[in-house]
Design a protein around this ligand. Structure first.
Ligand SMILES: [Zn+2]
Length: 156
């Protein structure tokens, strides 16, 4: 137990449970963001009144000038894929029946983005810059799963 391990290949598993519990609070900006998802199918960004930068997920203070953000608005139009990865295995290392594409979705003129799954898309056709829009869940609870996934706009 107290041996100094200098190679990661010498690591040994220690089975058991760690009794840790946590409660995650959304915070002021997060609560407003998730309520808009749930109640209005809207993706909100906040904006700094000083430097005009917009943020998604919304922040209550501007990262650049520490001003309180006051102007909240929905993001306009489709987002686009800033980066993505294709998963072929689950977190348990089991092969997936179908590959899952996870992407960072960004909006023009908005700093940041949302990580989410892509759907109704051929993984081999996914590329950065591809426009996507949310597919809203029928039942929304105020979580990221209120968006089932993002997909290319239906009219494209
Ligand atoms: Zn600012």
């Amino acid at each position: 137990m107290l041996d100094k391990i200098s190679k990661s290949t010498e690591l040994k598993p220690w089975r058991g449970n760690i009794p840790i519990y946590h409660r995650y609070t959304l915070g002021v900006a997060g609560e407003r963001f998730f309520k808009a998802l749930r109640d209005h199918k809207q993706i909100l960004a906040s904006a700094c009144p000083n430097c005009r930068q917009r943020f998604i997920p919304p922040k209550i203070y501007c990262e650049a000038c520490f001003e309180e953000t006051r102007d909240w608005s929905t993001v306009e139009g489709p987002g686009y894929i800033k980066t993505f990865t294709v998963l072929h295995r689950s977190l348990e290392e089991e092969p997936l029946e179908r590959p899952v594409v996870v992407a960072l979705i960004a909006w023009s003129g908005v700093r940041g983005g949302l990580l989410h799954r892509l759907g109704e898309v051929d993984p081999s056709g996914v590329k950065t810059g591809l426009e996507v829009e949310p597919q809203w869940a029928e039942v929304r609870t105020g979580s990221m799963d209120d968006i089932q996934f993002f997909r290319p706009p239906l009219n494209s």
